[in-house]
Design a protein around this ligand. Sequence first.
Ligand code: HEM
Length: 184
Amino acid sequence: MAELLNNPNLMAKARSELGKVVGKEKMVEESDISKLPYLQAVVKETFRLHPPVPFLVPRKTEMKSEILGYAVPKNAHVLVNVWAIGRDFTIWSNPNSFVPERFLECEIDVKGRDFRLIPFGAGRRICPGLLLGHRMVHLMLASLLHSFDWKLEDGLKPEDMDMTEKFGFTLRKAQPLQAVPIKP
Ligand code: HEM
């Protein structure tokens, strides 16, 4: 929501897709999500720039090993910096900009198959709530966008928004978003 309020033209694109696919007569349903490629691209782009669990869950190695020439000792505490992977300029063009279009016509998904985008982790310890979380994020965002138009609190311009992040086990906005719904 913060990125869309920060980029009103992208908010308009996502709302226009919802208007065309779902229409005005009914609420968004789970079965609509597969028909909303732009909404899906917005969610992927959000997971890339703002992964909710930025270092995944800390792990400890059981044996010493070598990965890509780096020695990893036994009992090492391992963190995977997915936040940095999402902003790596050798992987992504214009990495610090919010551009959902990069995921249209693109095979990269978030299900642990492509290490460029692993907001739910990967492998044996991948998030067991992936399917539920993934579905709910789409459904919640789609419902908010479909039911209301949104604006910033009085007088605040998109370019003046504070988009700073606060790191912890989970990643949050340092300043909570204040968004005002407008009934269309
Ligand atoms: C957008 C929503 C969610 C995100 C981004 C997310 C992300 C993650 C990540 C990154 C991990 C660590 C994976 C790794 O280290 O490789 C994880 C683990 C886990 N998640 Fe989620 N999660 C989400 C929703 C959920 C939900 C809805 C549930 C439960 C209903 C859940 C339950 C768990 C559990 C139990 C683990 C620990 C798995 C283990 O260590 O074996 N998550 N999640």
